[in-house]
Design a protein around this ligand. Structure first.
Ligand code: PEP
Length: 265
């Protein structure tokens, strides 16, 4: 993976038409009534700007939230799904089941799933593929640990995580997908990557995609995730290769979440 911007990449930056995507990841938070209250508040106080707004809610709340956001600008996402269509997979939910609830995005490869639920690169690639087959946009989450960063392995780690998916679905499939760079050391820690640190990685990632397909790389939304909040969003989102945010903690407060959204517009 190339760490620096070179000539052709500068050209890409000049020609892109990427919209920013602000995606909330509620994780395993919110009772039913809290979820309804939070989503209602977002819908009611949303002041539209030129950016997309997405909430990835716990699956058990999808039916309620899907009804609630119908006819609004808010998009609905799920946090996980199985790649098989159906079968003896106790406790799992398939991607085509999600599609019945107007779910249009699916998080795949979140570090919490990689670390705690054994979602390895192969499973992540299968989930990514299943999302695409069912008309959902996968958001491929990738990121390095602090140790890996300290050992200068960040770009290698990200490359391996992306390569597994490219091998499964091909580079062109990324025309209908997003990537979220989420340094593990920044998730839920309050220790946000600096705008410069994040931009450097996003730029290198885009260059890596460009080596395979320039058009795909030019149009690919690469989100940043890791302690993004109402105070730091504007500076992060102003970076040329940061095309939005994946937001955990700050997405649980409608006002903070919408401030981030406004910063994207
Ligand atoms: C996340 O869960 O993807 C995340 C970025 O969380 P937080 O914003 O709380 O760091």
């Amino acid at each position: 993976m190339r760490p620096f911007v070179r000539g052709p990449i500068l050209l890409i930056l000049m020609n892109h038409s990427r919209t920013q995507l602000i995606a909330g990841n509620w994780k395993m938070n919110c009772s039913r009534s809290e979820a309804i209250q939070l989503a209602s508040h977002v819908v009611a106080t949303l002041k539209p700007v030129d950016a997309q707004l997405l909430i990835c809610v716990p699956s058990i709340h999808l039916a309620d939230i899907s009804r609630l956001i119908a006819n609004s600008r808010v998009l609905l996402g799920a946090q996980n799904a199985h790649w098989q269509e159906k079968g003896a997979y106790t406790g799992e939910i398939s991607v085509n089941m999600l599609a019945d609830y107007q779910v249009s995005y699916l998080l795949v490869g979140h570090s919490e799933r990689r670390q705690m639920f054994a979602d390895d690169n192969k499973k992540v690639a299968l989930k990514f593929e299943a999302a695409l087959k069912n008309g959902l946009t996968p958001i491929l989450c990738i990121g390095e640990t602090l140790e890996q960063r300290q050992q200068n392995l960040t770009l290698n780690v990200l490359q391996v995580q992306c390569e597994a998916v490219v091998k499964q679905v091909g580079i062109k499939a990324f025309a209908n997908a997003c990537v979220a760079y989420e340094p593990i050391w920044a998730i839920g820690t309050g220790q946000t990557a600096t705008p410069e640190q994040a931009q450097q990685v996003h730029q290198a990632l885009r260059a890596w995609f460009a080596e395979q397909d320039e058009e795909i790389a030019t149009n690919l939304q690469i989100l940043y995730g890791g302690s993004m909040n109402a105070g730091n969003a504007e500076e992060l989102l102003a970076q040329p290769d940061i095309d939005g945010g994946l937001i955990g903690g700050a997405s649980l407060k409608a006002d903070a979440f919408l401030k981030i959204y406004s910063a994207a517009g």
